[in-house]
Design a protein around this ligand. Structure first.
Ligand SMILES: [Zn+2]
Length: 303
């Protein structure tokens, strides 16, 4: 199975004590390299300017790509731009574009993007919540515009709501956005009544939900909605911060819950999309949980 990553993603420096630190991606890559000897590691290319402009304003490209900071600077209270961040952001978004090209070419049905910074909080206009460019949104727009797909589903199981992804596509019926997330929690969006143009489904979950409630949310609500949409491509915002060890949230999941959901998502990709699925790393802030969850998720993707 192809896995896209780039050394630049490890050089994006958020400063000491920041939760979204290079060691996160280091832990994921190390766990995957040690756990599986058959992964097809590929260097993520840079996203092109036109690919980013499908979902982002010129002003955000300027802020991220042309600032050239000599020292890390804060774009908001959570989000840092370091000297290496522009390159990391280009590679993180480019990974999704390359992975979409790869699965739609028929070369392999499934691909994983082991990248940072994460993406799902970034809006058309603004970097926020550790995210510079919205990697999964850039990938979805590429599938629509370059490949002419009419139905792309984005399943987001990060513990935070993907406010940026939702906002970018909430008037785009060719993309359906489906998310489970803890509420209340940053960024305080993702209420049930937020339905976009009928293409958004949010299932907020209270702190302490645990495996049973999480699986029920997907089994009863989110997976049937994906099934009804019949996506031609399934994209996954794979955050592992709903794990019980994670310091930023309290959803209390186990690594096995991510394996279970990955199998279910693959089943839907098989039913509707010739198996085509691209997963991209979002959050997850405990290194041990990241190792276990990356093994569980990628293990289920490559089976
Ligand atoms: Zn998150």
């Amino acid at each position: 199975m192809p896995v896209f990553t780039h050394a630049a993603c490890l050089a994006h420096d958020t400063g000491s004590g920041h939760a979204e630190r290079p060691q996160r991606l280091g832990a994921v890559i190390e766990a995957l390299r040690n756990g599986f000897d058959d992964l097809d590691w590929r260097e993520a290319p840079r996203a092109g300017r036109g690919e980013l402009l499908r979902v982002h304003d010129e002003s955000l490209l300027t802020a991220v790509l042309e600032a050239h900071p000599a020292q890390p600077v804060a774009l908001d209270p959570d989000t840092v731009l370091s000297p290496q961040s522009a390159e990391a952001a280009l590679r993180a978004a480019g990974a999704g574009v390359a992975a979409v090209d790869l699965v739609l070419s028929g070369e392999a049905p499934v691909a994983f993007c082991a990248v940072r910074p994460p993406g799902h909080h970034a809006t058309a206009h603004a970097a926020m919540g550790f995210c510079l460019f919205n990697n999964v949104a850039v990938a979805a727009a590429h599938a629509l515009e370059r490949h002419g797909l009419a139905r792309v589903a984005i399943a987001d199981f990060d513990v935070h709501h993907g406010n940026g992804t939702q906002a970018i596509f909430d008037a785009e019926p060719r993309v359906h956005y489906l998310s489970s997330h803890q509420m209340p929690l940053y960024p305080d969006t993702g209420h049930v009544h937020e339905r976009g143009a009928g293409n958004v489904l949010n299932v907020p979950l209270p702190p302490g939900t645990g495996s049973r409630g999480f699986r029920a949310a997907w089994e009863d609500r989110l997976l049937p909605a994906i099934d009804a949409f019949r996506p031609q491509l399934l994209l996954v915002s794979a955050g592992f911060d709903a794990h019980w060890r994670d310091p930023l949230a309290q959803l209390q999941l186990e690594a096995d819950d991510f394996a279970w959901l990955t199998v279910e998502l693959r089943r839907l990709a098989d039913a509707h999309a010739h198996g085509r699925l691209v997963s991209t790393l979002e959050g997850g802030y405990d290194l041990q949980a990241l190792r276990e969850c990356a093994l569980a998720h990628v293990g289920a993707l490559r089976d």
